[in-house]
Design a protein around this ligand. Structure first.
Ligand code: NAD
Length: 358
């Protein structure tokens, strides 16, 4: 397996591997870039089919964190950790404490937080062996869980997309489909309901669907049917790569704004969306509410009003990305990448001659 010439390596500063035979921990930490500050990103636990799959995932995710934090105006770099294993069967307190030891070896260049397969409780166990852990602030309204802030940020960014696409500031009667009504998707759906939107939801778990139907009056649709609906806006909140040749050709929505990471199956799909007249809110810009929340938890003195105010800047950043994409005839994804690269000082970034997005 190649490392430095790996397709997803992209100038990573550091990639560390760790094995603790006693607890069974096998983990990788990737630090993509620390130009703006220490790298911060979640710790994912997943039963990867092989080591190569885990490496690919951690490299792609840590790079994404550099772009996300830069775009959110945070003094943070990008990093991520993966633990190879099934969280339902192999996660033990010993394994999590060993993960804390691993994180400690990087001396603060990487700060961890919860992600798929890890929870706030897990962060407390990791935190027994390292102080470089965030997302466990009891004073935040939600005990450290970043999902409510992610949902709020997506809601703010979604409103900016609606305003740009249709020139309206209200969401009354807007038909929105939400793919995945889990931690973020359900909270987003709730905010949309309160704003007067009409909801269509899908999930792979029936109880999640039932909750959205019972509590929010949403209409349940099939997992595949979600791509064919006659809706105004599509909010992907489940998993990545759902914007591909097949789904884009079926979508009738005029805008896409959701929480899922890595929504575009390939970079070129941003252009396919643009040609089809579908406004795409770049995923790492719109879903930055969680990292903003975690950043303030890490700083100490968590002030919910300050966090909310920062999350609301996602709206202005998004408007600026949309405006620049229109002006330059570029995709929104490309504009976001360029602005982020200008901010974190990517060596291929254009020199800072034009104004960066807010
Ligand atoms: P979650 O696991 O709580 O929710 C995801 C939901 O999607 C689950 O209910 C799951 O059953 C459903 N789902 C999975 N596959 C599906 C499919 N094929 N069709 C329909 N539904 C499906 O996760 P979450 O924390 O809500 O995160 C949702 C997305 O947002 C993920 O892509 C995550 O990486 C991204 N994200 C989350 C945060 C956060 O703060 N939680 C921050 C940034 C990005």
């Amino acid at each position: 397996m190649s490392i430095f010439s790996h397709p997803a390596y992209d100038k990573h500063e550091q990639v560390a591997f760790y094995q603790d035979a006693k607890s069974g921990l096998k983990a990788i930490i990737a630090v993509h870039n620390t130009n703006l500050g220490p790298s911060l990103g979640g710790c994912r636990m997943w039963p990867y089919a092989d080591d190569g799959e885990a490496l690919n995932d951690v490299l792609r995710l840590s790079r994404g964190m550099t772009y996300k934090s830069a775009m959110a105006g945070l003094k943070l770099g990008g990093g991520k950790a993966v633990i190879i294993g099934d969280p339902r069967q192999q996660k033990t307190p010993e394994l999590l404490r060993a993960m804390g030891d691993f994180i400690n070896t990087l001396g603060g260049r990487y700060i961890t937080a919860e992600d798929s397969g890890t929870s706030v409780e897990d962060m407390h166990l990791i935190g027994e062996h390292t102080r470089f852990v965030s997302g466990l602030n009891e004073s935040s309204e939600h005990g450290g869980d970043p999902s409510p802030s992610t949902a709020y940020g997506v809601f703010v960014g979604l409103r900016a997309a609606v305003e740009h696409r249709w020139g309206r500031t209200d969401l009354n009667g807007l038909r929105v489909s939400v793919q995945g009504v889990g931690n973020v998707g359900f909270r987003l759906a709730k905010l949309l309901k309160e704003a007067g939107a009409e909801l269509f939801v899908t999930d792979i778990f029936q109880d999640n669907i039932d909750r959205a139907v019972d509590e929010l009056g949403a209409t349940a649709v099939g997992a595949d049917e979600i791509f064919d609906l006659d809706v105004d806006l599509f909010a992907p909140c489940a998993m990545g790569a759902i914007l591909n040749d097949d789904t884009i050709s079926r979508l009738k929505a005029g805008a896409i704004a959701g929480a899922a990471n890595n929504q575009l199956a390939e970079e070129r799909h941003a252009e396919v969306l643009r040609e089809k007249g579908i406004l795409y809110a770049p995923d790492y810009v719109i879903n930055a509410g969680g990292i903003i929340d975690v950043y303030y938890q890490q700083q100490g003195g968590y002030d919910p009003a300050q966090v909310k105010e920062h999350i609301e800047t996602i709206g202005t950043t998004m408007q600026e990305v949309f405006r620049r994409a229109d002006e330059n005839g570029e995709t929104t994804a490309h504009v976001a990448d360029r602005v982020a690269e200008e901010r974190f000082g990517h060596e291929d970034a254009p020199k800072k001659t034009d104004s960066a997005a807010a």
